[in-house]
Design a protein around this ligand. Structure first.
Ligand code: AMP
Length: 364
């Protein structure tokens, strides 16, 4: 079987690494000549809306999926008229626009922070009569890792904040005083079977994920599973999806969802019976889903901006290194390490060491 992937970055790379043992082959469409996943399959080199390349992809791939959601939605629609595309184009369209996404979540009774759409400075000023400070102004599209976001502390910030948006459509939402950020990752097959991973607790800095820890038996697991079930069923979703949530005094508020494998699920590579990457492939191929049970305690630390020293990481007990083969650049994720242990104290001690190394190479 040949899997087509829109995007050739590290998520495509890890999907391919999970797919080789299952006898799968990969064909990746990516505009970049040096995307880090392209060595793992045939590379279609060109724009995401290049009609000839899309026709080749549709012809060659048994099923097409994405590793990043900012592919034009009509590209997914075009592909879906020629081959199987999972998740379906509707999931992509909803996830790539923060306003559609938040309206969709609210329509499903999944709580979100209070938000309002904004198209100009006057609307922003009007919206801020209803939304308390502090608040966040976010571009509706092309936002990830905190990009396209401005914190609003008072009415004085509004003109400058709006200038920074460069006229794009936006939403403004209340800044949530959360105790924790968590995410739930689940895989759904075409028949509607869903497998849920334990919640991940996620630490961000500067809008970028730094550390994720697997939370076995968290008291909010069931609530999060309910929300992700409603979302997947409403979208008739196939594949892995990640729903990011804020825990505010034991209540979950949805921030956003990613229609793909997700950085907060990288701990599943060694930390779960079946990784999120393998389960995504199983789901889109309509194969039985694998167990999502954690293998003891697990965590993940991102390396951002600089390459860690391989020997130094491998000297840390329970650490498994995953480098993406990317040239380091400020704020760029170049790899991660997964930790897995049967003993929580050992995991905590290894995590501290790993975070220290990650901080020492981090330039952001
Ligand atoms: P996003 O790009 O929406 O995932 O935002 C990146 C990060 O910014 C989140 O993971 C949070 O740490 C923070 N953030 C985003 N929206 C909010 C909010 N409404 N309240 C508090 N923090 C937020």
């Amino acid at each position: 079987m040949i899997i087509g992937i829109l995007g050739g970055g590290q998520l495509a790379r890890m999907l391919a690494l999970a797919g080789y043992p299952l006898g799968l082959q990969f064909i990746l469409l990516d505009p970049s000549a040096d995307a880090c996943g392209i060595g793992l399959g045939e590379h279609l080199h060109g724009a995401y809306d290049d009609q000839q390349l899309l026709a080749r992809l549709a012809e060659k791939a048994d099923v097409v999926t994405y590793e990043f959601e900012n592919v034009p939605a009509d590209v997914a629609t075009f592909l879906a008229s020629h081959t199987r595309v999972y998740p379906n184009p509707k999931a992509l369209a909803v996830a790539q626009d923060r306003l559609l996404e938040k309206n969709f979540l609210q329509h499903l009774d999944i709580p979100t922070p209070k938000f309002l759409p904004v198209t100009d400075l006057t609307e922003l000023q009007q919206a801020m009569q209803e939304i308390p400070y502090p608040a966040i102004l976010k571009s509706r599209t092309m936002g990830y890792d905190g990009k396209g976001q401005v914190l609003l502390k008072s009415a004085r910030d509004l003109p400058d904040a709006w200038r920074k948006m460069h006229g794009v459509l936006a939403i403004v939402e209340s800044f949530v005083p959360f105790q924790r950020e968590v995410s739930i990752i689940a895989a759904r097959s075409p028949s509607g079977e869903i497998a849920y991973y334990p919640l991940s607790e996620n630490q961000h800095a500067g809008g970028i994920l730094r550390v994720s820890e697997c939370l076995a038996n968290d008291h909010l697991q069931q609530r999060a599973e309910d929300y992700v079930t409603w979302l997947m069923e409403a979208l008739d979703y196939v594949g892995v999806l990640a729903l990011e949530l804020f825990d505010v005094d034991g209540h979950l508020l949805a921030n956003e969802f990613a229609p793909r494998v997700h950085n907060s699920g990288h701990w599943t590579i060694e930390g779960a019976e079946t990784s999120q990457f393998e389960n995504h492939l199983r789901a889109i191929l309509d194969l039985p889903l694998g167990s999502t049970a954690p293998r003891g305690h697990a965590a993940m630390v991102n390396f951002i901006g600089g390459q860690p020293n391989t020997g130094q990481i491998l000297a840390i007990d329970h650490a498994h290194l995953h480098l993406y083969g990317k040239v380091p650049r400020k704020g760029r994720k170049v790899g991660h390490a997964t930790l897995r242990s049967d003993d929580s104290a050992q995991l905590d001690s290894a995590l501290k060491k790993l975070v220290a190394v990650a901080n020492s190479v981090d330039d952001s």
